[in-house]
Design a protein around this ligand. Sequence first.
Ligand code: HEM
Length: 443
Amino acid sequence: MAEAYEYQDRDVIAPEVYGRAGHPHNAFAWLRANDPLHWCEPEGYLPFWAVTKHADIVEIEKQPELFLSEPRPIIGPEIANPEFREEVIAEIFKRLQDSPKLLQVLAGSGQQGLIRSLVQMDPPDHPKYRDLVQPWFKPRNLKRLEDRLEEITRNILDDMMGDGSLRELDFVQDVAVYHPLKMIVELLGVPDEDEWRILKLTNELFAGDDPEMKRVGDDPLSMFETIKDLYEYFDRVTEDRRKNPTEDLSSYIANGKIDGEYLPFKELISYYIIVATAGHETTRTAMSGGLLALMENRDQLQKLTVDREKYIKLGVEEMIRWSTPVAQFSRTATADYALRGKTIRKGDTVGLFYASANRDEDVFDDPFSFRVDRQPNKHVAFGYGPHICLGILLARMEMRIFFNQFVQRLEHIELAGEPDHLQASFVHGVKHLPIRVKLKPAA
Ligand code: HEM
């Protein structure tokens, strides 16, 4: 595979490349073998180092004072022309005219943008903000959710089963979207009737590259309308929780204080947004990628079904490694740094390509084979270091419960068409997975 392939910088980042066939594993394999720390200058992007080895990602993420999340926490397309940039900012102000609170945030933000959540933060703010909700994600608290999650899963599988006959459906859009979404709605304590609103808004925000997921496919600024809706929605939630605090995560966020003060408006709303967004597209994508892998590796599906007690935990971990829903985050160096015989200069961006690290031949035995008994499995699909995914235990629990019930009820499954990939190089995975399936009722 690697010999016939001619590497180009756009292959590691261009959304169309991801949309065509998923994570660009041929480009990553080439880079790991030939230039594991590679200076990329793809058109439409500011340059960055592509970090493709597992050890290098770990080394960088362990040093949050040296490699900052700000000002470029992910690698996204750049508006290169400064005049156009001015026009864009003017247009954003125009669109937000009817939202004075947001205009204030925007005026105070400059280039920084309207969202400042954990992923954009560095020390000393990052640990302070993270500590605020960390207790919510501890095993003891999550344990309380387990029964509810079992019930949510049972209901979703009942819907998927229908009348028990062989059915055709799109696993991503008809099944996998509901599971994490219902969980997030539960965590945040927002009413069930707002589920679809949250789903739509977060889809629009996260899969921003993919035309199908955008509010207005050819309008690059539609993102700001989405952010506006999210701000307005969670502003109302905050007001309510300050008056009527409950046990939910929204109450934690609304009433949380740092150095004796409520969170500033931008950081406050961004907190809800990161929890609402980070939690569902990723988990949905891992579930869908996991199911696809199981269908493509029938012996592994069989193994998981026959001995699920033994393999469910390892199997879920392997599905997450295999699908790696978050393609990349990035960091910016605060000082010159030597790595792989090269110098990353102060101010350079390093792109951390998790999907490449998760196929690294130096870490994984036979990395291109999907094995539900893989152990050890030190993948970095959840990142590493102080920014490691806050929802790691929740995501694992959701997937474990889903696949545990699913394989018990599965009578038949096959692909009913070609899987379709998200045209996105941030959160990435399958967006349509047509299947023919037959389930039996819960025991
Ligand atoms: C399979 C599912 C998931 C995957 C693959 C995933 C992946 C990631 C990755 C790669 C990061 C960045 C880590 C880094 O910079 O080192 C991250 C951060 C984060 N994730 Fe997840 N995630 C998943 C599910 C969830 C869930 C269910 C939640 C919560 C409800 C969540 C909340 C967060 C938050 C809040 C952060 C920011 C943490 C920080 O910057 O300190 N994620 N996730």
